[in-house]
Design a protein around this ligand. Structure first.
Ligand code: SF4
Length: 324
């Protein structure tokens, strides 16, 4: 149990009241279907809510149930994930649904400890599904919840956090008001997403203003926060993720597969045989992650599965495609 003073019951109720009045209408807040909640939580990892909304509707129109997603060819799931990036999330979502279909009779477990054992599901997603689908009184931490808890309980998180991750999780668990886990966690996340943001804290309209340890300092800290605090991002166009995304996009367009040479040319207009290792390196990573499969172009033009990049002079003729 933390030694830090925590917001009172009255303060917590104030945040809940604020949520009821001000929260954004988001489609995953209108359901308790565990499959739909899981889809939304996986989509919301690394992608903003506004961008997720149309993809969420499209994806559920294509795969309306856990069984439909579990039974679909992986390539179709990767195609339906188009526009969301981080394609591995799509495969992990499907793998989790397949385990639920095969080992739990298609019924999503409600215990966060069991959920956390499903493929690609970490402690945050497990807590979120238990809470938002089954209304369990559990505490968990994402970036928004972490920031709000840190500021309210320990002051600004900059220049150095005053709380360890373990302590933030402990506080998140202690703060959940009995019987109100759903609305409490939604409220913390909503406050972090719309009012108490990374670079801007709108304390004057915050329901926790009177109870927040960061309140006297946060504006000064954020105003003087050097831009260089944030690690200079790698130029996206030169990043591994960029090329992986481009390759998967090319494969989505070509159900019969694309040769390594054509993939190379799609990525780099001046691609030539000397770049073979470079394009193969990207493809190997995708194959390892289950996002692509390899085959070879035979003399008759048909494709056979191929276990290794050992085709010698013709290696760039090898066809790559999405998994079945
Ligand atoms: S008072 Fe300011 S710093 Fe504290 S939680 Fe509210 S917005 Fe964040």
């Amino acid at each position: 149990m933390t030694q830090r003073p925590l917001p009172s019951t009255t303060a917590r109720q104030r945040l809940i009241d604020w949520y009821h009045e001000h929260h954004r209408a988001l489609p995953w807040r209108e359901t308790r279907d565990p499959y739909r909640i899981l889809v939304s939580e996986i989509m919301l990892q690394q992608t903003q809510a506004e961008r997720v909304v149309p993809k969420y509707h499209e994806f559920l129109a294509r795969f309306p149930t856990l069984a439909a997603l579990a039974d679909a060819p992986a390539g179709e799931v990767i195609r339906a994930w188009s526009g969301l990036g981080y394609n591995r999330r799509a495969l992990n979502l499907q793998r989790a649904c397949r385990v639920v279909a095969e080992e739990y009779g298609g019924v999503m477990p409600s215990d966060p400890g069991v959920l956390a054992k499903l493929p690609g599901i970490g402690p945050y997603t497990a807590g979120a599904v238990a809470c938002f689908a089954f209304e369990a009184d559990v505490g968990f931490v994402d970036t928004n919840i972490r920031r709000v808890i840190h500021r309210v309980v320990a002051g600004p998180e900059l220049p150095e956090p005053a709380m360890t991750e373990r302590e933030v999780i402990e506080v998140a668990r202690e703060l959940v008001p009995a019987g109100q886990g759903y609305v409490w966690n939604q409220a913390l996340m909503e406050l972090g997403a719309t009012v108490c943001r990374t670079r801007m804290a709108e304390c004057a309209r915050c329901p926790l203003e009177r109870d927040c340890r960061a309140r006297p300092l946060v504006q000064l800290v954020l105003a003087t926060m050097p831009r260089s605090v944030a690690k200079k991002p790698e130029r996206f166009e030169s990043s591994n993720r960029y090329y992986r995304g481009r390759i998967v996009a090319a494969l989505r367009e070509s159900p019969d597969g694309v040769s390594l040479r054509d993939l190379g040319l799609a990525l780099k207009p001046d691609f030539d045989d000397a770049d073979a290792d470079w394009v193969i390196g990207h493809v190997v990573g995708l194959v390892r992650d289950g996002l692509a499969v390899r085959g070879v172009a035979t003399s008759a033009g048909a494709r056979e599965d191929s276990p290794a990049y050992d085709a010698g002079e013709s290696e760039l003729d090898e066809l790559i495609r999405l998994p079945d």
